[in-house]
Design a protein around this ligand. Structure first.
Ligand code: AMP
Ligand code: GLY
Length: 429
């Protein structure tokens, strides 16, 4: 069949690489399309200019090109209801409806759902005005956790050490710093513990675990400095052992999917739970309605099952009929190379040469690259490359990834040198 993948980052490059190996694309003439794609994705897919915000154009393309499955990579088109438009046109789609994607699109929606379903999460108050928020602050102690309700590209959370700092941040949020995403703010209790990510696939009824990962959100070594979309990740996350994973499924993921189904907004696609492993057990920090970036890259390196078949089964409500996903026991680790200046204004246009890095046996996913006029590669974004390797454990995978990083030629780029440090300390014993 023909498949259309929407997106242009490292996550989508990893999905394209894995989808290209699917039996769904085995017949002559089967085509993987990507819109808009990137130079790395172009190795596996026909890249086409198609605007995911233009639902009629996407539906029209799917009809004209006999698309049998659409995979929506990023959150914005999901929150915008693209999956609904495609389903209404009879096109199978991997990704939740607009209503179900509120799990990512509205922090307040998710907190209320947790309350209704008895899911462990930090105590919270939803605030619709600055006055209300200043008042609600009195019910919390430092550090204060303030979250813009809507999508803010991973930048909508402020952790304020003092009440004054929290008040300033609230002024900013209600003053429009995050646009309409900040017209409502959630204030919540600060949780302590280690963070980890848990993934599940669901068709709304059947739910299957889909791996674990840990990422590094801060730009600087030792997890310091401003937040980013993620500077590196590894999978699995051994802190989420079997017992904890079962607890996450039973106490968090299953009640979420069940409640959404019972309330008439069934969730279909991948559910990404950001967790805090507290002394009282796993607590939900946030949900995402799509794969993590760069967590997806390390999951795809370990996935042994046919990604296309799993996604199609989710889209068609047949997840219970296919074999459960299988992952390699090996660890995978990815290092993000970003343009100097990221997460502020990154330098763009710097030349990149990957030839020797790929000879090291690593997989380099393109996150923000473009073809230069001379046919070479150039940087074209904040996060530019995801240099990814596997190994018997995180220590070995990390050695492979950094050997390849050292072979990448990208002078206007930088990366953290300590991805995986927590796990490597544990492996060292
Ligand atoms: P989020 O966008 O909700 O994932 O939040 C971004 C980051 O803020 C998380 O990865 C955590 O490091 C931190 N964070 C969010 N909520 C809390 C909380 N209630 N307690 C402590 N840290 C939090
Ligand atoms: N790496 C974090 C995210 O994708 O949300």
């Amino acid at each position: 069949m023909n498949i259309l993948l929407l997106g242009s980052g490292g996550r989508e490059h990893a999905l394209a690489w894995k989808l290209a190996q699917s039996r769904l694309l085995a017949d002559a003439g089967d085509t993987l399309y990507a819109a808009p794609g990137n130079p790395g994705i172009a190795d596996h897919a026909d890249c086409i200019p198609l605007d995911a915000a233009d639902h009629d154009a996407v539906v029209g393309f799917c009809r004209a090109s006999h698309i049998g499955l659409v995979v929506i990579g990023p959150e914005a088109p999901l929150v915008d209801g693209l999956a609904d438009s495609l389903r209404a046109a009879g096109v199978p789609v991997f990704g939740p409806s607009r209503e179900a994607a509120q799990l990512e699109g509205s922090k307040g929606f998710t907190k209320d759902l947790c309350e209704r379903a008895g899911i462990p999460t930090a105590r919270y108050v939803r605030c619709h005005s600055l006055e209300e928020a200043w008042g609600a602050l009195k019910r919390f102690d430092a550090p204060f956790v303030l979250k813009a309700d809507g999508l803010a590209a991973g930048k909508g959370v402020v952790i304020a050490e003092t009440r004054e700092e929290a008040q300033h941040a609230l002024d900013d949020m209600f003053g429009g710093r995050f646009g309409s995403a900040g017209s409502e703010v959630v204030i919540e209790q600060f949780l302590t513990g280690e963070e980890a990510s848990f993934f599940a696939l669901t068709d709304g009824e059947t739910i299957v675990p889909f791996g674990t990962a840990q990422d590094h959100k801060r730009v600087g070594e030792g997890d310091t400095g401003p937040n980013t979309g993620g500077m590196g990740a590894y999978s699995p996350a051994p802190v989420l052992d079997e017992k904890l994973q079962r607890a996450v499924m039973e106490r968090i993921v299953e009640p979420t999917v069940r409640t959404l189904r019972e309330e008439g907004m069934p969730y279909s696609g991948v559910l990404y739970a950001g967790l805090m492993l507290t002394a009282d057990g796993p607590s939900l920090i946030e949900y995402n309605a799509r794969f993590g970036d760069p967590e997806c890259q390390v999951l795809m390196m370990r996935l042994e099952s046919d990604l296309g078949e799993l996604m199609l089964a989710c889209a068609q409500g047949r997840l219970g009929e296919v074999a459960a996903p299988r992952f390699s026991d090996e660890a995978a680790l990815t290092v993000v190379m970003a343009g100097k200046g990221y997460p502020g204004t990154p330098e763009k246009g710097g030349t990149i040469d990957l030839e020797s890095a790929e000879a090291e046996g690593a997989k380099v996913f393109h996150a923000g690259t473009k073809r230069a006029e001379d046919g070479g590669l150039a940087a074209n974004g904040g996060r530019v490359l995801n240099v990814t390797a596997t190994g018997a454990n995180v220590t070995v995978a990390r050695a492979g990834a950094y050997a390849a990083v050292d072979a990448v030629i990208f002078e206007s780029g930088f990366c953290r040198r300590d991805i995986g440090w927590r796990e490597i300390e544990r492996e060292r014993g």
